[in-house]
Design a binder for this molecule. Structure first.
Ligand SMILES: [Zn+2]
Length: 297
């Protein structure tokens, strides 16, 4: 990706939107490599979801969260280890308790260094944000589910199992019906398949579908995607349906012994026809590549 197509991935603390009482989102402003960032408050503590890319962005997020918290204790979590979501966590050390699911903590340790190199290669602007990154270590690691008591509000952190990455986590605020999905869901663009064989083949289309089927059945009222506009439960159904179609169209062709190149070409055209307004079309090709290697469970 050349620098001129990649805008500077700066977190702007602007247009902060209240989704529920004491629960806000700092929207991504539709800038690539900027995630939606959540701040969820209870009587005694505040949870921050995502750091932004690198320590400079994370400092802004921490400053905002500290001001927002007004003396309440701070927690931090990230939905998965990808750099724009988690590679600013070092800034929160000593200021917040950093909580992660075990699989994500493993991803950070095992894949973090490689992703740091890869993202530095995305251009000068991205690289500058990653200059002083120290890969963070969580203060507290849980296995499957963690109920975080904020005081009069419990937030549920939950590992979903492998999907967009090995260590995806969702954050649920049950009293508000709000769900933070990380990159399991994006609005207005094709699902991001970080399918980079032989370096990274952790993403799984079939498991991702299973996760989306489960999430779509859980009755969330508001969905905060990793990137793109906040929406309702239809965002979950949209991703589920897209992934199912991508799988079915890919497998129908693979099973008729078509070359992968032709499969990609045909499925890409079909998906664009179905979702002409969605951006990031190259992720279709990666999704087809991934699903070509998968089989019914
Ligand atoms: Zn991601």
């Amino acid at each position: 990706m050349a620098d001129h197509v990649l805008p500077d991935p700066v977190v702007h603390i602007a247009d902060v939107r209240e989704l529920d009482h004491d629960l806000v989102v700092v929207p991504d402003g539709r800038v690539q490599l900027v995630p939606n960032i959540g701040v969820i408050g209870g009587r005694d503590a505040v949870l921050v979801v995502e750091t932004g890319l690198g320590p400079g962005n994370a400092e802004k997020v921490l400053e905002f969260a500290t001001e927002y918290a007004k003396g309440r204790r701070l927690y931090l979590t990230t939905t998965h280890f990808h750099p724009e979501h988690a590679f600013g966590a070092q800034v929160f050390a000593g200021e917040a308790t950093f909580l992660l699911n075990r699989a994500q903590a493993e991803d950070l340790k095992v894949k973090g260094p490689g992703y740091l190199d890869m993202f530095r290669g995305l251009g000068e602007r991205a690289a500058r944000h990653l200059d002083d990154v120290v890969l963070p270590e969580p203060d507290l690691v849980y296995d499957d589910v963690y109920d975080l008591e904020l005081g009069g509000r419990v937030v549920q952190l939950r590992a979903t199992g492998r999907a967009h990455t090995k260590g995806d986590q969702v954050v649920r605020v049950p009293d508000a019906g709000v769900l933070f999905t990380g990159d399991l869901v994006e609005t207005g663009q094709f699902a991001i398949f970080p399918w980079f064989p032989p370096y990274d083949t952790d993403v799984s289309g079939t498991r991702w579908i299973t996760v989306m089927e489960r999430l779509a059945g859980e009755g969330a009222r508001v969905v905060v995607p990793g990137h793109g506009a906040v929406g309702g439960p239809e965002l979950l159904a949209d991703v589920r349906d897209y992934l199912r179609l991508l799988r079915d169209e890919t497998w129908a062709r693979r099973d008729s012994a078509m070359s992968e190149e032709t499969i990609v070409e045909e499925v890409r055209a079909l998906m664009i026809q179905r979702h002409p307004e969605w951006t990031e079309r190259d992720w279709i090709d990666k999704g087809v590549g991934c699903l070509c290697t998968e089989h019914p469970s």
